[in-house]
Design a protein around this ligand. Structure first.
Ligand code: ZN
Ligand code: ZN
Length: 548
């Protein structure tokens, strides 16, 4: 009996131990979970994955390397649609879905009803706040899906604060989603941060105060010198190669860059072609965190920020330039400063952060040519002119092309109908012609795309970027190494690895330090963040959560 009693007592104690342990675990994990007070989303415009590894030895310990070593580093993250451009990238990161659903099919696209190009965030019903002119006549109304930031607003009944900032308007507006408290972007005319009447009637006084510091004037009164001795830049081609332009009217294209000869009217628009554009955004981010008490309330807040100067420098000088490498060395320091600031103001372990890009970037055409790698340019205007003439000759009618934008041709349905033509026949004829052009790899028609279903994997790359309501009728894909003639030294928008392979780093509260080498996609970011903070993923989400 005694033996049995003890056994029963032991059993009860064990039971109590297990229950109290379970309660403790639940309390602790809830505590851990609830510690996240702020999500910071960072998009680095045109950042290729290999900028993390190529420049690793010139980076410090507190910036990119801190994220790579102390967070989860997805080394094989790709875009899963085309075109890989800014508006589409920002939309896809924050909606967790593809243009097929979110509808942002380019930075601008031809609109059949308006019979003109529309800009992704243009909105003539709104007005500019903080400056004169049209730079603030913007809204997210073209975005058809909601974002992770919108979901946070729904989750907290509007209590969470969502603020989005960027040099580019589209890089601020699209990540903020439809319900952002504020979005601020840079006025290329005035050097000030502005907004739209969609968000506010006037700028908050702290933004006015920030603008009145006139940081762009200070920056442009200086110069752009290298951060390290010139011989440390051995991962880049020589400074001042023939395909690099004289951006600042200096009479040369080498370091140090002087801004003295820039015409006053171009001072503020030229700033974005220097690392100072990123510095300016960092300063605004710090002011936003302090003045808006981000991460200090009862609810989780979200700061979306995108660095744009990396894209401008990439276009102007190309990925192999000393200018590009120096921009990343400086950005690494800026990221380190941001992380220390977050540790201090929000608290270590009280924020989570992701860093990714809106697309990658191709090597400079001049550089590829110089090292004998296949490359070339396609003159779109000339190709469209030839196509138009051939269509006229073959179908015995004028005006079959209504418009074109990016890699798409929009056919004129009225002309097709009035001449009793078959739409698919006109599509196929156009596709046959375009497929024969040097530099164009594959051509797809609306009729065949509509028969297929999009897929998270890369196999339906063109379809994923296609939107039934907005896209054209014939869509072509460039061969690798080829892009459109743009006037830039280098560009992006293709389906090839240099444009699709980007960094994907998660860091902060509860995120393990590890490297993951599996193939993952950009549309996985939003569901991963949603899962980490315990909210529902965006409504058209196409990705999967990657972290437990
Ligand atoms: Zn971009
Ligand atoms: Zn770009």
């Amino acid at each position: 009996m005694v033996k049995l009693f003890l056994k029963k007592r032991e059993f009860l104690m064990l039971k109590r131990f297990i229950i109290s342990g379970f309660i403790l675990f639940t309390v602790l994990s809830t505590e851990l979970f609830s510690q996240t007070k702020l999500v910071v989303g960072i998009v680095v415009d045109q950042m290729r994955y290999d900028y993390l590894t190529r420049f690793e030895k010139v980076y410090g310990e507190g910036g990119f390397k801190r994220l790579m070593n102390e967070g989860t580093d997805f080394t094989y993250a790709h875009f899963n649609y085309m075109p890989t451009v800014t508006a589409v990238g920002h939309s896809s990161v924050y909606t967790g879905t593809i243009p097929y659903y979110h509808g942002i099919i380019g930075n601008e696209w031809f609109d059949r009803k308006l019979n003109r190009d529309v800009y992704c965030t243009e909105d003539t019903t709104e007005s500019t706040i903080g400056a004169e002119g049209n730079e603030g006549k913007m809204s997210p109304r073209h975005l058809l899906s909601n974002t992770i930031t919108d979901q946070l607003k729904l989750f907290s009944s509007g209590h969470s604060k969502v603020i989005s900032i960027c040099i580019k308007d589209r890089g601020a507006i699209l990540p903020g989603g439809h319900s952002a408290d504020a979005a601020y972007w840079y006025s290329y005319n005035t050097g000030k941060f502005i907004s739209s009447s969609y968000y506010c009637k006037a700028l908050p006084s702290w933004v006015d105060k920030f603008n009145n510091r006139k940081l762009p004037d200070q920056y442009m009164a200086g110069d752009w010198s290298l951060s390290l001795p010139a011989d440390k830049y051995d991962m880049s081609s020589a400074d001042g190669v023939s395909w690099e332009p004289d951006m600042f009217n200096e009479g040369k294209n080498t370091f140090p860059h002087s801004f003295k000869n820039i015409k006053p009217e171009y001072k503020y628009s030229n700033l974005v072609y220097t690392p100072y554009g990123n510095q300016l955004l960092l300063e605004l981010a710090k002011e936003t965190i302090v003045n808006e008490n981000m991460g200090k309330g009862k609810y989780i807040d979200f700061l979306a920020m995108s660095f744009s100067s990396t894209d401008y420098v990439g276009h102007a000088y190309g990925p192999s330039s000393v200018e590009l490498e120096d921009t990343y060395i400086k950005l690494d320091k800026q990221i380190a400063e941001l992380l220390s600031f977050l540790d201090q103001k929000v608290g270590k372990g009280k924020y989570i952060l992701f860093l990714t890009a809106d697309h990658g970037g191709s090597e400079a055409h001049g550089y590829l040519k110089s090292i004998k790698q296949p490359s070339g340019e396609v003159d779109r205007a000339a190709v469209m002119d030839s196509l138009s003439k051939l269509l006229t000759a073959n179908f015995k009618t004028d005006g079959l092309i209504k418009g074109y934008s990016d890699n798409q041709v929009f056919l004129n349905y009225d002309v097709i109908k009035n001449n009793n033509l078959n739409r698919a026949q006109v599509e196929n004829y156009s596709a046959d012609f375009l497929g024969g052009i040097q530099g164009i790899k594959n051509v797809y028609t609306r009729t065949e795309l509509l028969k297929q279903q999009p897929d998270r994997l890369k196999k339906s790359f063109v379809l994923n970027g296609f939107n039934n309501k907005r896209s054209g009728d014939v869509i072509y894909e460039f061969a690798s190494g080829y892009h459109e003639v743009t006037g830039n030294t280098a560009t992006h928008n293709t389906s090839h690895s240099y444009d699709t392979h980007v960094p994907m780093l998660f860091y902060g509260n509860g995120i393990p330090a590890k490297k993951v080498k599996d193939l993952v996609f950009i549309t996985d970011i939003a569901p991963t963040v949603a899962n980490l903070i315990g909210i529902t993923e965006p409504r058209d989400c196409f990705g999967i959560p990657l972290l437990p």
